[in-house]
Design a protein around this ligand. Structure first.
Ligand code: DCP
Ligand code: CA
Ligand code: CA
Length: 364
């Protein structure tokens, strides 16, 4: 299809950046986020590291012990355990900003998404560049989150472009620039090409995408089978017809915040819950959905989780009904609440579409 404009957005050093956001003093220190295995000690792997730590050779997937060795002469370096709950919360907040900048929004994972912006940019790359800058600024001002965006006429090239200049990058590849942009890149920059395929190509003296392009599709099919072979062939030519398809974070229809202080005070909690409802309701209206289930979630001071939900008699999109139900759930929950609450969430589920405008499959 001619003339689409597609963004791929990816958050920079995501888990480590989340840690910097809540503790800005970490910004000047190498930071590595660690997934400790249950074997104890330093066994486990690095999930990610900030760019300062990367300068010393720390990488995602590396054993924690190796990373510690790399940073052994840097006393200010920091090793932190993962806090997925908090990264998810940060991701959800960022995604709800991003969605407002797209004609079609496709959630890929906690730190990335595709946006089709063809209509709102009127197929104009100048307008697209402006929109991307606005989106980056918006994430930075409201959340202090730095991100990188790749722009092109298809998902594949946009994804490669968002990986091209990081962090805080913006790379625009107009249709007539696609081949020259891809030419010098290592074959490995094609998504899905891993170490093994890279070695195979290396044995054939093929290192760059430009060299890969000289290989015909039959040879590639012979090497990789027809499906992957033709994918690689098309990728080398910068061809990808996959549309951006509406897909949400499976838990997008929820909001969660960390409270200013741990509490089990009804008035204090009710106030925050109402704010969460207002925010969530914005998305509900925008996406034109009806919900039948309403739930609240407490993360308690010992980090344990407590949820309570209620099924309504009829599907609704009413803010009043949402708030009324949430407040009722809060009242009931607090009756036997022992621990103070640290994080507070609201979610709706059990969706129905309104007047066929929303593709219902996106909820599953
Ligand atoms: N991740 C992980 N283990 C890996 C790779 C990634 O746990 N082997 C997690 C931590 C990352 C997040 O996924 O923060 C996103 O991965 P990315 O590949 O997008 O890498 P980053 O966001 O960390 O860095 P950047 O995008 O700046 O290169
Ligand atoms: Ca990232
Ligand atoms: Ca990513």
């Amino acid at each position: 299809m001619a003339g689409r404009i597609i963004f791929h957005i990816d958050f920079d050093y995501f888990y480590a950046q989340c840690e910097e956001i809540r503790r800005p003093e970490l910004k000047t220190r190498p930071v590595a986020v660690c997934v400790y295995s249950d074997r104890g000690g330093d066994s486990g792997a690095i999930a990610t590291a900030n760019y300062l730590a990367r300068k010393y050779g720390v990488k995602s997937g590396m054993p924690i012990k190796f990373a510690k060795k790399k940073l052994e002469d840097i006393p200010e370096s920091v090793f932190l355990p993962t806090d997925f709950e908090y990264y998810t919360e940060t991701s959800e907040n960022a995604m709800s900003i991003i969605r407002n900048h797209a004609d079609v929004f496709e959630y890929v994972g906690r730190d990335e998404a595709y946006l089709d912006v063809t209509n709102r940019t009127e197929q104009d790359y100048k307008k697209a560049a402006h929109l991307a800058q606005q989106l980056k600024n918006s994430l930075r001002t409201s959340m202090k989150l730095s991100s990188t965006i790749g722009i092109s006429s298809n998902k594949l090239v946009s994804k490669i472009a968002s990986d091209y200049k990081k962090p805080d990058g913006l790379t625009i590849v107009e249709p007539h620039e696609i081949e020259s942009f891809l030419d010098p890149l290592p074959i490995r920059s094609i998504p899905g090409i891993g170490k093994k395929s890279e070695e195979k190509f290396s044995e054939m003296n093929l290192e760059t995408i430009s060299q890969l392009r000289s290989v015909d599709v039959f040879t590639l099919n012979g090497l990789f089978g027809r499906k992957i072979g033709s994918y690689i062939y098309n990728a080398a030519h910068g061809i990808d017809e996959e549309p951006v398809s509406p897909r949400h974070d499976p838990i997008q229809y929820s909001r969660i915040i960390t409270l200013k202080q741990d509490s089990k005070d009804f008035d204090f909690l009710a106030k925050d819950l109402e704010k969460l409802c207002d925010d969530l309701h914005g998305t509900i209206v925008k996406d034109n959905i009806l919900f039948r289930s309403v739930g609240i979630q407490f993360i308690q001071s010992d980090l344990s989780n407590r949820t309570k939900s209620k099924t309504l008699r009829n599907p609704t999109s009413s803010l009043d009904e949402l708030k009324k139900t949430v407040i009722q759930l809060l009242r009931e929950s607090l009756e036997d609440q022992k621990l103070p609450i640290r994080r507070l969430g609201v979610r709706v589920s059990d969706f129905t579409q309104i007047s066929g405008q929303v593709d219902i499959t996106r909820f599953f």
